[in-house]
Design a protein around this ligand. Structure first.
Ligand code: KDG
Ligand code: MG
Length: 403
């Protein structure tokens, strides 16, 4: 089953997406998501210039060998660009294999472990009250889990909060990086109050999540985790920048608030200490950044040994191809925790068709062979790439701070 063609489709139906299409001699094709948000064209160049020429002619069934060819064989291992490229190939090949087997992808992985996949929604507001109004809306829609981010008094803009209440937030909203102001003190004084009021208003059952976007030091994260303990968070996400995995030990010593990490990780090696020493509770690396199904499955299995569960990154800057593959993975993976969900714009869904459904706060996997996501290439051509950058963050005195 030779690969005869492999090419990229770059499109921006509301958001930049890079999609790899791998075609075989029998005409069966597979799609993989190669979107590295904010750095999209670097993966296009890496794939087109260095990888795809060596993919043509290989046997599409040899997923494992092809994975290692582009990982071990590349000399330059790991890193977001390399791993996003490998992920795209890997997911496209799993899509092909599942289509050849005439099975939905989750069946090929080992079958169903659950009927539906619990997702969490983003609820944001300029202040506590407007954020909680969003929670109310999402609870009415059936969500059982919500991520709360509210504007911090005294800081002009807060990343992850919509510009206008009731709207979705856009992570990459300017051509060049906008500069935001950050105050750890103001933030730490504010967040516990948000969760106190939320827990009081919505009762004990609703899962509450929060994302720190890597902005604290370990001891500050420990303080926040401790302050949030009475409100029983489902998780506290990315509380510190995680290059130093050992630093999580300090956080863990001080708090029982569950910790989630990994949306910017791309390898099992990024997790080694965190998992082996049980310093975290959820792994978040999406399939499109962590080496595809082949490698993320290894991360999940490693995590399972230590009672750590999955909670994949799922913002709108990963394409529906990634989300489609994630819903299959989530349906199968024994140590599933939760799936992030930010609904796509209608335009995105016009370009990418999918057979997963979303109902009452849960994804339900489709039964089409493969991962069930396709792209309308003609429509995709109508929406050319547009440069879009994430903001950067400075302390009030001008110091460049963690993202
Ligand atoms: O492009 C950046 C987003 O993907 C990121 O900010 C989203 O932190 C995020 C999350 O948890 O979804
Ligand atoms: Mg996050």
């Amino acid at each position: 089953m030779k690969i005869t063609e492999a090419y990229l489709i770059v499109t921006s139906p509301g958001r930049n997406f890079v999609t790899l299409k791998v075609v075989t001699e029998s005409g069966v094709y597979g799609l993989g998501d190669a979107t590295l948000n904010g750095r999209e064209l670097s993966v296009v160049a890496y794939l087109e210039e260095h990888v795809l020429p060596a993919l043509i002619g290989r046997d599409a069934r040899q997923i494992e060998d092809i994975w290692h060819f582009f990982y071990r064989g590349a000399y330059w291992r790991r890193g977001p660009v390399t791993m996003a490229a490998i992920s795209a190939i890997d997911v496209a090949l799993w899509d092909i294999k599942a289509k050849m087997a005439n099975m939905p992808l989750y069946q090929l992985l080992g079958g169903r472990s659950r009927d539906r996949v619990m997702a969490y929604a983003h609820c944001t507001g300029s202040d506590i009250e407007s954020c909680l109004q969003e929670v109310e809306k999402h609870v009415e829609q059936g969500y059982r889990a919500v991520r709360l981010q509210a504007g911090v008094p005294g800081i002009p803009t807060t990343y992850g909060v919509a510009k206008n209440d009731g709207e979705r937030y856009e992570p990459a909203d300017s051509e060049l990086p906008a500069e935001h102001v950050w105050s750890t003190e103001k933030y730490l004084n504010h967040v516990p109050e948000l969760f106190r009021v939320a827990r009081e208003r919505f009762g004990p059952d609703l899962h509450l999540l929060h994302d720190v976007h890597h902005r604290l030091t370990p001891i500050e994260a420990a303080r926040l985790g401790k302050a949030l303990e009475p409100y029983h968070l489902f998780w506290l996400e990315d509380c510190v920048a995680a290059e130093n995995q050992d630093s999580f030990r300090l956080i863990r010593q001080h708090t029982t608030t569950p910790l989630a990490v990994g949306e910017v990780f791309n390898s099992i090696h990024d997790y080694r200490t965190l998992i082996e020493q049980q310093l975290i509770d959820y792994v978040r690396t999406p399939i499109s950044h962590g080496g595809g199904i082949t490698h993320v499955r290894r991360i999940a299995d490693f995590a399972a040994l230590y009672h750590i569960r999955t909670g994949f990154h799922g913002p709108t800057d990963l394409s529906p191809v990634c989300l489609g593959a994630a819903v299959h993975f989530d349906t199968w993976v024994p140590n599933f925790g939760i799936q992030e969900h930010m609904p796509y714009e209608a335009l995105t869904d016009e370009v990418f068709s999918h057979d997963y459904r979303f109902e009452n706060g849960h994804f339900i996997v489709g039964e089409k062979p493969g991962h069930g996501v396709d792209i309308d290439e003609e429509k995709a051509r109508l929406y050319p790439y547009r440069p879009a950058s994430l903001p950067v963050n400075r302390l009030e005195d001008g110091t460049l701070w963690h993202w």
